[in-house]
Structure formats: structure tokens, C-alpha cells
Write a protein that binds this ligand. Structure first.
Ligand code: MN
Length: 390
């Protein structure tokens, strides 16, 4: 059987940090419930110390949502860890995710701490978190810009202090796929014995500043990472995070290449995307892979003709697989007679060749005025024609 890649959804934490998005407790619960239906392995529900509202939301999610691990984020500060534990402890499967920056620029400018001080903080705070909660994740923030030797030392310290998931974040979206894959491989090689002995999962958290979030996550998976942190529709800080639907459908569609599986119920993808988009007020880009309005829309006549003969000519995924609710055929200036004939037949019209040509001509005229011609437009023209000929 293929190995599993765990899907860690951070829509409610990093995703909610998207400029322009903010979710109240009720909205967070709706999304969390849908994420459980989607069957994500871990829900990062929030950053409890950041506000009372966020604390309450994480607590309610921990109390009400069954199935996934419920995780909260904390800095390497005792009050953060306490607050997070107070919120997640109601879950059957609680997790505390502790992070501290390890890149020189973050340590010098933001934390004003030396390497040795950072190592001490990791040792102390991971051990403290572990004394409260059996499932601890550690992230060396800005890992992709951290000196490799120091990153390994920080990770080793975290594992020895009790962390069982190590997340390597590309916090600022700076990494390139091949390079990022090598960094993951380095961790797995340098700490091989410890990782095996403690049964540690290596995770990644990639940002999309250069548009590489999904590619970097997949490169990491190829190198041996077995948890991917991602968000629905790729929302998140700045240009966003790795898009859950894209990483999952890569693994699914190219099983021949990855030979890996996820637990995701892919039929819930489209619905989840809609709910998140509506509640966050963040519109999905029209040509977005997997969930964009155009993702399965074929307009060019030659494509539509091929699609009717055999869908696999132009379609590597079936829209129904991801629970697609939209129309997959858009009739435009470039559409051909075949597509229109198919829609007519499906709706009970059996017109002869000449009639179909006439309808096609009318639709193309309409397409000049109105960009999207949908099924209802075709049926309206067909109805009118029927009436005329009686
Ligand atoms: Mn992030």
C-alpha cells in the first residue's frame, strides 16, 4: 500500500491572517465542520493567545469537531503554550504547535537573541508543552533562510525535548523547488536515527510569494516529507499558502509519479472552496487550478469536439471527482456545433443538422454581446425555434 501524506489544514490560522479576511467564531465552526467532512488529518484552528475571540473559536472547535487532530499555535513563551493548551485540551486529539524563528535576520532583528539562547528556549518550551500535551509540533520559523547547520541543531533539540512533528516552513516564500527538496533531504539524512527512533513526521509549510508554494511542497514530499500544511483556495499571509486542493489533486492525479496517498475525501473539495470563499469574502481567481470557475470549462470548439468523443482528450481530472457544481461547458465565440448538439440532445431535443447549425449561428451572435453563454441560453433559443416551427 502507498504511504500516506498527512494534510494539515491551516485555513483557520494562516488563512485567516489573509489581508481582508477575518472570521468570527460561528464562521470558523462552519469551516471546521466542513474540513472534517473533507477529512483533513489536522486542523490548525487558530492562535489562541492572539485574542479572546480566537481562543474561544479554537476551544469550541476542540469541543465540537470530531475526527481531525485539533491544533493551536504558540510562540516559545509559557503563556502562549498555556493558553493554547487551555483551548485545545477539549479535543480527543489535541496538538500544540510551537514555533520560533531561527534565521539570522529574524533572530537579530526581531527576537534579539543569540543562537544559544534560541536553543535554550526550544529545549525548555518544547519540554514544557510536552508535559501538557502528548502531540507537539515544532517549526523553526523562516527555515528556508536559516543556516543549515543551525536549523539541524534546532530540530534535533526539539525532537529530543519531545516534538513528534517537525515542520520546515518557507515562511517568506523564498525557496525554489529543487533547493527546498534538498533541505528536506538534508534533515532526513542528518537526523535519520533520531527521526526513526522517535517516529517523527517531517512537515512543510510553504508560502506563495514567488508562486512556488505547491511546487515546493511537492518537491518536499518527493524528498520524504509526510505532512503538508496548506489552506483552502491557497489563502494566507500576503500571496497565500500552498493550496490544499492543488497539492491533493497532484498526488491523486499523478499517483503513477508520487505513489502516495492522502485521506482527503476529494468529492468535498469544491464545496469546501465555496464555503471558504463566501465566508472569508476572498473570491477565487477565475482561472485558479481545480476550483476556479474556468478550471473545467472548455470553450474552444476543437477542445469541445474532442471532449465529446472522449473526455480524456483534454481532461486529466473529472470535474465530478472534486464535487464540481458548475457548468463545465462554456459556449463562446470559439465553440462548435458538437458541443451545442450534445447539450440539446441531453435535454431532449432531437434537431436535424440544419437546425443545429442555425442554433449555433444564433448562439455565436449572442456570444459577441454576452461573454458567457450557459445551458439556459441554448435551451431558450431551441424553445423559440420549436415554437416557430410548431
Ligand atoms: Mn505561514
Amino acid at each position: 500500500m502507498a504511504e500516506k501524506v498527512l494534510i494539515f489544514d491551516t485555513t483557520l490560522r494562516d488563512g485567516e491572517q489573509s489581508p481582508g479576511a477575518s472570521l468570527n467564531k460561528q464562521e470558523k465552526l462552519i469551516i471546521a465542520r466542513q474540513l472534517a467532512k473533507l477529512n483533513v488529518d489536522i486542523i490548525e484552528a487558530g492562535f489562541p493567545v492572539s485574542s479572546n475571540d480566537d481562543f474561544e473559536a479554537v476551544k469550541q472547535i476542540a469541543m465540537q469537531i470530531k475526527g481531525p487532530v485539533i491544533c493551536g499555535l504558540a510562540r516559545t513563551i509559557k503563556k502562549d503554550i498555556d493558553r493554547t493548551w487551555e483551548a485545545v485540551k477539549y479535543s480527543d486529539k489535541p496538538r500544540i504547535h510551537v514555533f520560533v524563528a531561527t534565521s539570522k535576520i529574524h533572530m537579530d532583528k526581531k527576537l534579539k537573541k543569540t543562537e544559544q539562547e534560541i536553543i535554550e528556549m526550544i529545549k525548555e518550551m518544547i519540554a514544557y508543552a510536552k508535559s501538557l500535551c502528548p502531540d507537539i509540533e515544532f517549526s523553526p520559523e523562516d527555515a528556508s533562510r536559516t543556516d543549515a547547520g543551525f536549523m539541524i541543531k534546532a530540530i534535533e533539540t526539539a525532537i529530543k525535548s519531545g516534538a513528534t512533528t517537525i515542520n520546515i516552513p518557507d515562511t517568506v516564500g523564498y525557496a525554489e523547488p529543487e533547493e527546498f527538496g534538498k533541505r528536506i533531504k538534508l534533515v532526513l539524512e542528518k537526523l535519520k536515527d533520531l527521526i526513526i527512533k522517535k517516529n517523527v513526521v517531517i512537515s512543510v509549510h510553504c508560502h506563495n510569494d514567488l508562486g512556488n508554494a505547491v511546487a515546493n511542497s511537492l518537491a518536499a514530499v518527493r524528498a520524504g516529507a509526510r505532512q503538508v500544511e496548506c489552506t483552502i483556495n491557497g489563502i494566507g499571509e500576503r500571496a497565500g499558502n500552498c493550496a490544499l486542493e492543488e497539492v491533493v489533486m497532484n498526488l491523486e492525479t499523478r499517483k503513477d509519479y508520487f505513489n502516495l496517498e492522502t485521506n482527503i475525501n476529494i468529492k468535498e473539495i469544491f464545496k469546501t472552496s465555496k464555503i471558504v470563499s463566501e465566508l472569508t469574502n476572498l473570491e477565487v481567481q477565475r482561472n485558479k487550478a481545480i476550483v476556479g470557475r474556468n478550471a473545467f470549462a472548455h470553450e474552444a470548439g476543437i477542445h469541445q469536439h474532442g471532449m465529446i468523443k472522449d473526455k480524456s482528450t483534454y481532461e486529466i481530472m473529472v470535474p465530478e471527482d472534486v464535487g464540481w457544481l458548475g457548468e463545465s461547458f462554456v459556449i463562446g465565440k470559439h465553440s462548435g456545433k458538437n458541443a451545442i448538439e450534445k447539450i440539446l440532445k441531453e435535454n431532449g431535443y432531437d434537431f436535424e443538422e440544419a437546425k443545429i447549425r442555425e442554433i449555433t449561428k444564433k448562439l455565436k451572435e449572442l456570444a459577441d454581446i454576452k461573454k458567457d453563454i450557459l445551458k439556459k441560453d441554448i435551451l431558450e433559443i431551441a424553445n423559440n425555434l420549436n415554437k416557430k416551427t410548431g
